[in-house]
Design a protein around this ligand. Sequence first.
Ligand code: OKS
Ligand code: MG
Ligand code: ZN
Length: 343
Amino acid sequence: MKTVFSPLHNRRTATTELDGGVLIAPHEKPSRAETILGRVKQEQLGDVLPPEDFGLEPVLRVHTPDYVSFLQTCWKDWEAEDKPGEAIPAVWPGRGMRERVPKDIDGRLGYYSFAAETSITEGTWDAACASANVALTAQALVANGEPAAFALCRPPGHHAHADLLGGYCFFNNAAISAQAFRDQGAKRVAILDVDFHHGNGTQAIFYQRSDVLTISLHGDPDLVFPHFLGFEDETGEGDGNGYNQNLVYPPGTPFEVWREGLETACQRITEYQPEALVIALGVDTFEDDPISFFKLTSADYLLMGERLATLNLPTLFTMEGGYDVDAIGVNVVNVLKGFERGR
Ligand code: OKS
Ligand code: MG
Ligand code: ZN
């Protein structure tokens, strides 16, 4: 399987993440991508290609123009006010308040975000664009006949809504790729999110549509991020009714239990008969992940990959979360090796 990777991911080097009332060094850091790339090469998964530049057009099929412009100038606008630190949202349009876009950068940061852990920094825009191009380049490989491809995206994407950043995400790479499959003629596309967290952005983007099936397995949002979306009674709306599925699990969930959800998801995908599959691949389900509470082992990721392969669909993997950097390379490449073994 080919991997698409951009060294420009490295333009995203925030130094702060608001966590527990203090600013910590971000969990979502450059060594994540470098470690995965190292393992891809070590295991000789396949060629590693640079991204092509698709410009903003495919991004704008999913994200609103005003959100994209905000992201593009956010750092410049923040810097112009001589703020002492990185750009962190701290005020939101709460219940009963006005949903209008303020002029001031503090107001716009709040309008275009749903959480405060994700500091915006000088290179964030460049890295987010590179990440979308990585996804779109891998998507094109699959659209042009590769059975599967791995988009080694960083920053991740699945929390980003059409006009909201959060959870370390800016552009929703999985959603942009699914939309690209659709725009290139695929009638139905499925997105399966195996990251520990709910793919709230992906769900929201396609919630009223039946042409993109969205399924996410994740930790109970009653207990973990993103807290305000991802419950099992969210099944889609209007045309999208029946085309979103959330499979929610409690703390301590081992693979033997998690795999039942995977089975449910796989059966739904088979029934849906998509022409392409996008896997939002996070490995923060790992037993030693510092911010999550599932108990998957490194060996389990091989089995996960094997099951995904039996769907027998053109498959794009987009990289999402996973924060135990010591294990991230092994775990990610295990999914991809398991997939190749299962084909
Ligand atoms: C807040 C924790 C924020 C968690 C963001 C989740 C990032 C992730 N203290 N999403 O898949 O891995
Ligand atoms: Mg998930
Ligand atoms: Zn995650």
